[in-house]
Design a protein around this ligand. Structure first.
Ligand code: FAD
Ligand code: UDP
Length: 377
């Protein structure tokens, strides 16, 4: 008998397994229905020996010192600042939109000051910013919205930006200077040898048993542990009692090419053309040197593995009904992107899991009577 059953060996499940086993000396069984640990951050070497991400590009960035220090116990890092180009009107320009994007696209010579005025003349006055359309129209106006956001968002989500919560496109800022980095977080780095070895280091503890290829449902009513942490889709846990929560899926096409380079940056976005949203070339991210290259094309799909919770008021209301069931569930805790239906980045999931560990520490006495030493967020 284990003290804890953890369902899902992604960031949420692995962080909690590590904390419970190492800090509280409790016995943990962590299962995943996939054949590997790491959840969506799983990476592996392809036939050329190039590191690729099976579930699309995972770029680590955070402003949280606590999260970065915590993960640094399990990996060294390779500094990496992410840059993305969008193919718009036949040109390759920086996204997030910055001064150079507009100068290039319109053949202008704006300065940061005159760029602000240029944008202000185009931005639409929207009194209450509610949707992903409102966010973009109110900052860059309709023309840039159409070029960069409308098509990409419709393709990615199967919904118009006006049907999505503002938080979705608010992830992409507008820059008034030449900064062409995708993120500006204080920590931007990739696990030096990949995510999978980092997860293996987290789970390498005598108190942790890992069982991959094991679905929670296959355990049936067999009681394997006193307490459960569930990190899969919350609607599946409750057998879709209130109906299915919409999650957006993707099909990943992994391609090897016998050329050294395919594109100038790690990710190219296609907001106007193509059926795929973006193409990733991993060598830019990993720094590997090789005569061949490895790419991933992402094709959004309505059905398939649940990758993205879809943020809008209707789906949030349905999630709240499941959340009420979750709160009433004795001895089961729900954490992570799928179980809390939040469009979270990796660092936010690590933060959420560390916060849950702190709540466990506050509410369940340690069996060994040791005092706690938590990571404070
Ligand atoms: P997951 O990684 O999804 O892990 C949940 C696990 O539970 C899965 O492995 C699943 O197989 C398992 N599971 C589900 N149901 C069951 C069951 N019934 N029985 C057993 N196991 C089950 N974040 C960033 O910070 N930077 C990025 O660049 C970035 N890029 C992304 C790109 C894509 C295409 C996607 C989809 C996500 C990206 N993310 C990125 C987000 C990142 O993947 C998540 O924040 C993080 O992986 C969530 O961790 P998690 O543990 O909550 O969920
Ligand atoms: N987006 C867009 N055009 C782009 C990049 C992003 O319209 O060139 C919108 C789109 O709705 C996307 C969202 O902004 O889903 C968030 O983008 P991000 O790159 O953060 O998406 P993720 O990496 O999570 O898929």
């Amino acid at each position: 008998m284990y003290d804890w059953l953890i369902v899902g060996a992604g960031f949420a499940g692995s962080v909690l397994a590590e904390r419970l086993a190492r800090e509280r000396d409790e016995r943990v069984l962590i299962i995943d229905r996939r054949q590997h640990v790491g959840g969506n951050a799983f990476d592996l070497l392809n036939d050329d020996g190039l590191l690729i991400h099976r579930y699309g590009p995972h770029i680590f960035h955070t402003n949280s010192t606590a999260v970065f220090e915590y993960l640094s116990r399990f990996t060294e890092w390779r500094p990496y600042e992410h840059r993305v180009l969008a193919e718009v009107d036949g040109q390759r320009v920086a996204i997030p939109i910055n001064l150079d994007t507009v100068n290039r696209l319109y053949n202008l010579d704006l300065t940061p000051e005159s760029f602000k005025k240029w944008l202000a003349a185009r931005a639409e006055l929207i009194t209450e910013i509610r949707t992903s359309e409102d966010v973009v129209l109110s900052t860059v106006g309709r023309e840039l919205y159409e070029k960069f956001f409308r098509g990409y968002t419709r393709k990615q989500w199967g919904l118009d930006p006006s049907q999505l919560d503002k938080s979705v496109t608010a992830r992409i800022p507008t820059r008034f200077d030449h900064d062409d980095r995708y993120f500006t977080d204080s920590y931007q780095a990739m696990p030096k040898y990949g995510y999978t070895p980092m997860f293996e280091a987290m789970l390498d503890h005598r108190n942790i048993t890992v069982s991959v290829g094991t679905d929670y449902k296959s355990l049936g009513s067999r009681k394997t542990a006193g307490r459960t942490i569930f990190t899969g889709p919350i609607d599946a846990y409750f057998d879709y009692r209130h109906g299915s929560l919409p999650y957006r899926s993707l099909r990943f096409e992994h391609v090897s090419r016998e050329v050294e380079w395919h594109q100038p940056v790690a990710v190219m976005n296609y907001p106007q053309t193509e059926e795929f949203t973006r193409v990733t070339e991993y060598k830019h991210i990993t720094g590997q040197v090789h005569p061949h290259t490895a790419l991933t094309y992402e094709y959004p799909e309505p059905q398939g593995d649940p990758y993205y919770p879809i943020p809008n008021p209707e789906n949030q209301a349905l999630f709240k009904r499941y959340e009420r069931l979750a709160l009433a569930e004795r001895n089961v805790r729900f954490v992570g992107r799928l179980a809390t239906y939040r469009y979270y980045n990796m660092d936010q999931v690590v933060g959420q899991a560390l916060a849950m560990f702190r709540r466990i520490e506050e509410s369940i006495p340690r069996k060994n009577g040791r005092t706690s030493c938590n990571f404070r967020l």
